[in-house]
Design a protein around this ligand. Structure first.
Ligand SMILES: Cc1cc2nc3c(=O)[nH]c(=O)nc-3n(C[C@H](O)[C@H](O)[C@H](O)COP(=O)(O)OP(=O)(O)OC[C@H]3O[C@@H](n4cnc5c(N)ncnc54)[C@H](O)[C@@H]3O)c2cc1C
Length: 405
């Protein structure tokens, strides 16, 4: 017989969406259990960007000062190198937020920070090494989850199940929620290359002949993203490692003296880029948020921010009712209604970027800058537009859920 637990809200997944939702619901006095299948948060690179709008939320929660004491880097301007010309793309220094920069912080540090503070609330429980393997139903209503734990199987019954289990969500599959996939013509190879004192100081994107290399400054190393045509990794491997190293040097010559440290394909990780969205984010007793409701491409580095915004909207709309009892499907639909159009807008922009900017289309390397980049170079004020879109995003959320402490 599986052990049984009962609570108000169960969240599957301890990523940015799950931990933030758990934190906010517990802060509002809702009994909540967050289930994370891994033993810790320390995993492969999954994006490190904490955007100005997320930093604003940390301020609203009274956590900003302590948060910024964690090791991080601050990016105030986004620059691209296009056909060997450096172009400032986004200027975050004019944003109306308290923090006028993107903070780069390893995602595991961010999640450790937030979950440690979550544990200060008596109704917050985080169970690591607890993997949701199935949903429990009573007629058409979802009433709980079946969980695999190191100590055996567990059933947790709750008034609301939140799927925050990322882009390979078991919750959306078990709930039978229909998904719409948008074709993406690219994949990304991620790797680390050591950083040296005399390297450029800022994170950079190198565009060249329709190809893209992104270098994210992580203090003592560069986190590199190399965009390839979808499904093209096997062809790249067939051309041997040295050719791949040469490709990287072709973008960023200053890496020539250390690119040979990428001496094994195991140091290069493939991200199969997806963009998709659920038609319905909820059904009776269940709501999906974050990547589980809408998988994002890494373009613009907005996935974490969007997951956090979903979490805030969920707590704003549901915490009050959840404190005293269950929520209806109509309540759950309000979360989708609030967050769907910002998601659609950002995904449409990502699809546009993939199709028009980084699809592997060749161009003349001597070609002058595309017109839109010339405008950004000539008129600094225009750099505030991408800064706002990336740094704050459409329909930024603010914390309205109450604090029970
Ligand atoms: C290589 C890579 C680079 C990226 N770069 C960026 C970037 O620079 N900036 C950015 O903003 N976004 C980036 N993203 C996207 C970003 O990581 C996601 O959009 C964001 O993490 C979504 O948050 P989430 O909480 O919805 O899901 P996730 O972060 O995927 O979290 C889901 C959690 O659920 C857990 N889980 C899964 N299944 C179960 C289960 N059955 N039971 C219990 N737990 C489960 C997982 O272990 C995970 O911890 C990147 C993604 C990848 C893969």
């Amino acid at each position: 017989m599986a052990e049984k637990l009962q609570t108000r809200c169960v969240i599957a997944g301890g990523g940015p969406a799950g931990i933030m939702t758990g934190y906010l619901l517990a802060r509002a006095g809702v009994p909540v259990i967050v289930l994370e299948k891994h033993a810790d948060f320390f995993r492969d690179f999954r994006g490190d960007t904490i955007h100005p709008s997320t930093l604003e939320l940390m301020y609203e929660l009274g956590l900003l000062e302590e948060f910024l004491k964690q090791p991080h880097q601050e990016l105030r301007e986004l620059r691209a190198v296009i056909n060997a010309q450096t172009v400032p793309i986004a200027d975050f220094t004019k944003l109306s937020t308290r923090c006028k920069f993107i903070a780069f912080m390893p995602q595991w540090d961010f999640l450790n920070f937030l979950s440690t503070h979550g544990k200060e609330f008596p109704s917050f429980r985080l169970l690591m090494q607890h993997e949701v393997v199935d949903l429990l139903f009573e007629y058409q209503r979802v009433v709980g989850v079946r969980v695999k734990t190191p100590g055996g199987e567990l059933e947790i019954h709750a008034d609301l199940i939140i799927g925050a289990d990322g882009r390979h969500s078991i919750i959306q599959a078990c709930a039978g929620l229909k998904r719409q996939d948008f074709g993406v013509p690219i994949d990304v190879l991620w790797m680390r290359i050591p950083k040296r004192q005399d390297d450029p100081q800022q994170s950079l994107g190198f565009f060249q002949q329709g190809k893209l290399l992104v270098l994210l400054d992580r203090g003592d190393y560069w986190q590199c993203g190399f965009v390839i045509p979808k499904g093209g990794f096997d062809d790249i491997k067939a051309r041997r490692l040295q050719q791949f190293q040469n490709d990287i040097v072709g973008f960023a010559g200053f890496l020539r003296d250390r690119v040979a440290e990428l001496d094994d394909w195991s140091k290069i990780k493939l991200l199969t880029v997806q963009i998709n969205r659920l038609r319905d984010w909820c059904r009776d007793g269940l709501l999906c948020i974050g990547d589980s409701a809408h998988a994002m491409s890494p373009a613009g580095g907005v996935g974490i921010n969007l997951a956090i915004q979903d979490a805030v909207a969920t707590a704003n709309l549901l915490a009050g009712k959840l404190r005293t009892g269950p929520v209806s499907v109509d309540d759950l639909r309000k979360v989708q209604a609030r967050r769907e159009w910002p998601t659609r807008l950002i995904q449409a922009m990502q699809v546009f970027i993939h199709r028009r900017v980084v699809t592997g289309r060749t161009s003349d390397p001597r070609a002058s800058l595309p017109f839109v980049f010339r405008l950004l170079k000539w008129f600094p004020v225009l750099r505030q537009i991408p800064a706002r879109f990336i740094g704050i995003g459409p329909r930024p959320e603010h914390v309205h859920s109450s604090s029970a402490i």
